[in-house]
Design a protein around this ligand. Structure first.
Ligand SMILES: NC(=O)c1ccc[n+]([C@@H]2O[C@H](COP(=O)([O-])OP(=O)(O)OC[C@H]3O[C@@H](n4cnc5c(N)ncnc54)[C@H](O)[C@@H]3O)[C@@H](O)[C@H]2O)c1
Length: 220
């Protein structure tokens, strides 16, 4: 059974490989891939073997080949249609973001309870919330982004899960009550920023020791 952590690592490899490619690299090695995402080369090779990712360990892996193999594992050859609930500031930014398309992710409709926001003619139609349940069922939608205010989030979460949604990317700053039929991924930009400050301080504190260690290693 593949764990969520392993899948998350595949996504990290993919991002690192894309960065390497954009710098003009053609091949990647398990050690530089490991360095890029902060794990050991042994772990990289273990993951690749777990996912049956082939390549020449010694001569390096061809980046295009690796990306193709990772994409096929992540099922990216099929397009993922998703929906968004709450067409406010964040919702609008996500709906209008074109970058998802290269990931074969498509927000095919957004829903809002404010009649003034409804626009059936928009490239991504903004539909009334009353149509949400039938839309999920008729289009067999499995993943939704929730960008409603916190007070509405739990109610809307239950509505969409009852209609068949299996995974939710939740932007609302509340802990949704978990249920066995749906995976929740919380996005919290403030937490991410906090953690950056934490790690920056960690690096600052570690730096003098590191410098000291490097100096004594040179002297040996
Ligand atoms: N995760 C983060 O880091 C982060 C950052 C900023 C905001 N947020 C959260 O994201 C959410 C959206 O923020 P925003 O700034 O876009 O808010 P917003 O007020 O601009 O938009 C909310 C939208 O949801 C709609 N809405 C409200 N109740 C609804 C319902 N029951 N069904 C359908 N639509 C409904 C409103 O009409 C509005 O269009 C909030 O919960 C906010 O706290 C999260």
């Amino acid at each position: 059974m593949i764990s969520r952590t392993q899948i998350m690592r595949l996504l990290k490899y993919k991002n690192a490989l894309r960065r390497m490619k954009s710098f003009g690299f053609i091949k990647a090695y398990s050690n530089n891939l490991g360095d890029a995402i902060g794990i050991t080369s042994v772990q990289v090779r273990k993951d690749f073997s777990l996912f049956n990712i082939s390549g020449n360990k010694k001569g390096g892996y061809n980046i295009d080949d690796l990306l193709e193999q990772i994409d096929s594992i992540l099922g990216k050859q099929i397009s993922h249609n998703i929906i968004l609930i709450g067409y406010g500031k964040i919702g609008k930014a996500l709906v209008n973001y074109r970058g998802f398309e290269s990931e074969a992710i498509k927000i095919i409709a957004a829903f809002d309870h404010n009649p003034e926001k409804i626009n059936r003619e928009a490239p991504t139609p903004i539909l009334p919330i009353e149509e949400l349940k039938d839309f999920i069922i008729n289009n067999k939608i499995e993943v939704a982004i929730l960008t409603v205010p916190d007070l509405e989030a739990q109610r809307m979460f239950d509505v969409i899960c009852n209609a068949g949604i299996k995974g939710v990317l939740n932007f609302a700053p509340i802990k949704l009550l978990e249920r066995p039929d749906c995976i929740i991924n919380d996005v919290n930009i403030a937490d991410e920023i906090e953690s950056l400050f934490y790690f920056i301080n960690d690096v600052k504190e570690a730096a003098p020791h590191k410098r000291h260690r490097e100096k004594s290693e040179k002297q040996q």
